[in-house]
Design a protein around this ligand. Structure first.
Ligand SMILES: Cc1ncc(COP(=O)(O)O)c(C=O)c1O
Length: 395
């Protein structure tokens, strides 16, 4: 039946984070006690003040199609948020609200890329980037980094990766999966390279902006000479524990925002009306309203790093943001442990699932085949138990 489907879908990889979650669910259904550290989803409830705004919206009879690019009040809340948190100035024509940041990214790829255009993806990158680019007939070009450089690309690497076909560069900071955060100075160095190539568009995915343990968040669009060609992507899934509400947005040059609006208008129309009303309240609230979640992530980060460092063979950086650790596990490659031959990160991740009953994700999914991603969006009890099981399975 595969042949009846399009080349487009047949050449697309299945999301490995979702595949791992499905495998973990299967084992759970068989009665195994699986600890899931594979998904990128905060384990908190959406804060009550946001839930109340949604209930009010339902009672106020918000039930119609919204403007394709979002309610004006939401766009204004986003404009104020960009000003307040990032010192970025956008007007309404530059904002598009979508069904999750994932749709925001897909819109941008579809409206910017022509077949064969190259998109630079510093590795490791979020799983969907490469597949979205391919869907838009672009060519993902991986720019490798490693644990030794804290998973950051250097200006020299950027310069070397650029070709006449380079159309965009996409990255997330804080990064899923590595947790690295580009400082303003590091972004400036990358911008200095990009300055020489004025046609390259930057997609700066800032969805983990608030989950940052090292200090100020820096935006590429904050540099005057980059503003006109940077698309700033953000959303409420991570910081506000609103993954299922599906609201993301962009601040972009008007011509790109207009094109995204046109694309979205033919595919999904505006995002969910109730969720949009709730997000107005979420974004208008001071960041202090969500700081308890950030503090919790910070404590868990320390816990998981301490526990990982006790296990021989994991080489890990201290993540500076998001809620993942991305240890290099290549020291286990070539070994046979408890009858499992470990040749790569996928084997290792499966080994952890089967022998430790802990679900993680192979680094292959993120363009880095020597690492695995462990999410610490789980309770301290679960993290402690998971790491103790991993230690035991490897001993
Ligand atoms: C880096 C990054 N960008 C975008 C997204 C998509 O977020 P949303 O839930 O808003 O579609 C995710 C979700 O995992 C992510 O990790």
């Amino acid at each position: 039946m595969q042949e009846k489907l399009s080349n487009r879908i047949n050449s697309m990889a299945t999301s490995q984070t979702l595949a791992m979650a499905a495998k973990a669910r299967e084992l759970k259904a068989e009665g195994k006690d699986i600890i899931g550290l594979s998904l990128g989803e905060p384990d908190f409830n959406t804060p009550d003040f946001i839930k109340e705004a949604a209930i009010k919206a339902i009672n106020d009879n918000y039930n119609s199609y919204t403007p394709v690019d979002g309610y004006v009040e939401l766009k204004d809340a986003i404009i104020n948020k960009f000003k307040r948190d990032n010192n970025l100035t956008y007007d309404r024509s530059q904002i598009v609200v979508s069904t999750g940041a994932k749709q925001s990214l897909a819109n941008v790829a579809m409206v910017v890329l022509n077949p064969g255009d190259e998109v630079l993806l510093p590795c490791p990158y979020w799983v969907s980037y490469a597949e979205i680019v391919k869907l838009a007939e672009g060519v993902p070009v991986e720019v490798p980094t490693s644990v030794e450089t804290n998973f950051k690309i250097t200006p020299e690497q950027l310069e070397t990766a650029i070709t006449p076909k380079t159309k965009m560069i996409w990255y997330s900071s804080p990064c899923n999966p590595s947790g690295m955060v580009y400082s303003k100075e590091e972004l400036r160095e990358l911008a200095d390279v990009l300055k020489k190539y004025p046609d390259i568009i930057v997609v700066s995915d800032e969805i983990y902006e608030h989950i940052n343990f090292v200090g100020d968040h820096a935006s590429m669009a904050g540099f005057e000479d980059m503003y006109d060609r940077t698309v700033t992507v953000n959303g409420v899934s991570k910081a506000f524990a609103m993954t299922g509400w599906r609201i993301g947005y962009i601040g972009a040059p008007s011509y790109i925002a207009r094109a995204c609006n046109k694309m979205q208008g033919q595919i999904t129309s505006g995002a969910n009306c109730i969720a949009q009303r709730a997000v107005i309240t979420a974004l208008e609230a001071p960041v202090s309203k969500i700081s308890h979640m950030i503090d919790t992530f910070k404590n868990r980060r320390k816990l998981i790093i301490d526990l990982l460092n006790e296990i021989k063979g994991f080489v890990t950086t201290e993540p500076e943001g998001a809620f993942y650790v991305f240890p290099n596990v290549s020291s286990f490659f070539g070994k046979t442990i408890k009858g499992h031959e470990i040749l790569n990160a996928t084997d290792f991740s499966l080994f952890l699932l089967e022998e430790a009953n802990v679900a993680t994700v192979t680094g292959d999914a993120f363009g880095n085949p020597e690492c695995i991603r462990i999410s610490y969006a789980a309770s301290e009890v679960q993290i402690t138990e998971a790491l103790s099981r991993i230690k035991k399975a490897l001993s």
